[in-house]
Ligand binder design. Structure first.
Ligand SMILES: Nc1ncnc2c1ncn2[C@@H]1O[C@H](COP(=O)(O)OP(=O)(O)OP(=O)(O)O)[C@@H](O)[C@H]1O
Ligand SMILES: [Mg+2]
Length: 265
C-alpha cells in the first residue's frame, strides 16, 4: 500500500487523533514496513506518539483490530497501545514511541537481544479471543489433515519476526503485532529461522541460533517437520500470488530449512 503523509489524512481523522493527543505540532513519516497506509511520528502537545493506520474499508484493516485485541497481553518491552480511533474512513492506532533502530540479523550482538526478547514473548499465554488466530486453523490449509493439530498450543506467537518489526536500543523490542496467534511455542523460533536465512545465514546457522529457545529444543520433531512443510507451502502460495523477488526467495529459504530439518530432526 502507498504510504501517505499524516497531513494527507482527512480532517475528521486528524481531528480524532488530536482529540487523543492534543494539538499536533509536527508529523514525520516512519521508514520500514509496507502494510500501513500511515506510519508516522507525531510531536504533540502531550508528547510524542507513533501512529499507524489503514483505511477502514481496506481488507487488511482487520489487522488493526487484532493489534488492539492483543495489546493488553504483550510483554513490557513491546510499545504500549495508547489509543485507537476510527474516523474519517480511517482506523488509527497510537503507540508509545520507541527510540531504536531495526535489528540487524547479520549481527550476533543483535541476535542475542532478539532471542532474549522472543524468549520473553514465549512466557506469555495468548488470550482466547476471536481476533487471535489459532495456529492449527491458520496453517491447516498447508498441512496434512492429521498434522494441523500439532500446531495447537496456548503460547502467544508474533509470527512476523522480520528485522523491521524489531527495534533495538539496549534491548530488542518486538513491534507490529498484526498477526497475533495462539499456538505451539516452537512456531515463532521457526518463523525467526526463516528470517535469519533471509539475512544470509545457512539453515544450520539459523537453527543453531533458534536452538537457544527452550521451546525449539523441546518441540515434538513431528510437529516441527509438519510446520516446516506448512511454511514452505504457505510461502510458495504467497510467491505465486505476488512473485516479488523477496517472496520467491522466502519460499526458497523455507524449502532449504525444511530440507535441513528433515536430515537432522
Ligand atoms: N512504537 C514504535 N515506536 C517507534 N517506531 C515504531 C513503533 N512501532 C513501529 N515503529 C516503526 O515503524 C515501522 C512500521 O510499523 P509497523 O511495522 O508496526 O507497521 P506496518 O507498516 O504495518 O508494518 P509491515 O509492513 O512490516 O507489516 C516499523 O518498521 C518501525 O520501524
Ligand atoms: Mg512492520
Amino acid at each position: 500500500m502507498l504510504r501517505l503523509d499524516f497531513e494527507d489524512l482527512p480532517q475528521a481523522a486528524r481531528g480524532a487523533v488530536e482529540s487523543q493527543t492534543g494539538r499536533i505540532k509536527a508529523a514525520r513519516m516512519a521508514g520500514g514496513g509496507i502494510n500501513s497506509g500511515i506510519a508516522a511520528f507525531l510531536d504533540t502537545e502531550r508528547g510524542r506518539v507513533f501512529v499507524k493506520g489503514i483505511p477502514a474499508d481496506h481488507p487488511q484493516a482487520v489487522s488493526q483490530s487484532r493489534e488492539v485485541a492483543v495489546a493488553p497481553y504483550l510483554p513490557a518491552a513491546s510499545p504500549r497501545l495508547l489509543w485507537h480511533v476510527d474516523a474519517g474512513g480511517w482506523s488509527l492506532l497510537g503507540y508509545s514511541v520507541l527510540v531504536g533502530r531495526h535489528a540487524d540479523y547479520g549481527e550476533s550482538d543483535d541476535l542475542v537481544l532478539v532471542l532474549d526478547a522472543l524468549q520473553e514473548v514465549q512466557q506469555a499465554t495468548a488470550p482466547d479471543l476471536v481476533e487471535i488466530k489459532r495456529a492449527e486453523q491458520r496453517w491447516a490449509a498447508y498441512a496434512e489433515p492429521e498434522d494441523a493439530g500439532l500446531f495447537a498450543g496456548t503460547t502467544l506467537l508474533h509470527t512476523d519476526l522480520a528485522p523491521h518489526n524489531i527495534l533495538v536500543d539496549e534491548r530488542a523490542h518486538i513491534v507490529d503485532w498484526a498477526w497475533p496467534t495462539r499456538g505451539a511455542a516452537f512456531i515463532d523460533p521457526h518463523v525467526l529461522a526463516v528470517r535469519l536465512m533471509q539475512a544470509g545465514h545457512s539453515a544450520e546457522r539459523a537453527v543453531s541460533w533458534v536452538r537457544r529457545i527452550p521451546s525449539w529444543r523441546e518441540a515434538d520433531p513431528a510437529a516441527v517437520a509438519a510446520f516446516s512443510t506448512a511454511t514452505v507451502r504457505s510461502w510458495r502460495e504467497i510467491a505465486v500470488q505476488d512473485p516479488q523477488p523477496w517472496k520467491v526467495e522466502m519460499a526458497g529459504h523455507a524449502g532449504d530449512l525444511r530440507t535441513f530439518l528433515m536430515r537432522t530432526l
